[in-house]
Design a protein around this ligand. Structure first.
Ligand code: AMP
Length: 147
């Protein structure tokens, strides 16, 4: 059996990120795979920026909300020891951007939480399910507790 070579963690800045990220980190270490991380900006208004949908992480912007999201993303990515070139902060719709990036970066496993910011009412009913349905690669939905 071929091992996974490129693993992508999708984080939504919810309290569950730690659990999802630890599962992906553990797998990547065991399999000696590259670890990528994505957060899709779907909850702050998009400013009139000179760059496109992919946020350059090494440039400061004059948009405080974006800087705060970048800082959160940097902290999590640093903790997981993810290479700078494997960090993806992107404007858009989560399912679309996660599956688009996965295809573009030849990801062979996407790791998501079974639920997140959208809560339990839609357990496996939103991003996780949509990613599973649309991805061209395997998807691991990490089971999360109900609290
Ligand atoms: P939800 O759709 O809120 O139930 O989230 C399920 C899972 O999808 C989360 O645990 C994350 O792994 C992923 N996810 C949801 N929203 C985003 C987002 N904006 N960016 C990246 N991943 C996300």
């Amino acid at each position: 059996m071929n091992h996974y070579r490129n693993i992508l963690i999708a984080i939504d800045f919810s309290v569950h990120d730690h659990q999802v990220a630890q599962k992906a980190r553990g797998l990547a270490t065991q399999l000696n795979a590259s670890l990528h991380i994505i957060h899709v900006l779907d909850n702050i208004p998009m400013p009139d920026t000179p760059y496109g949908l992919v946020i350059p992480l090494n440039e400061d912007s004059s948009y405080p909300l974006l800087e705060s999201e970048k800082n959160k993303f940097k902290q999590i990515s640093d903790k997981l020891d993810i290479e700078p070139g494997c960090r993806w902060l992107i404007w858009g719709e989560p399912q679309q951007e996660i599956t688009r990036l996965a295809a573009q970066q030849q990801i062979d496993l996407i790791v998501v939480g079974s639920h997140g910011r959208h809560g339990l009412a839609v357990l496996m009913g939103s991003t996780a399910k949509d990613v599973m349905y649309h991805a061209d690669c395997d998807v691991l939905a990490v089971h999360l507790p109900e609290s």
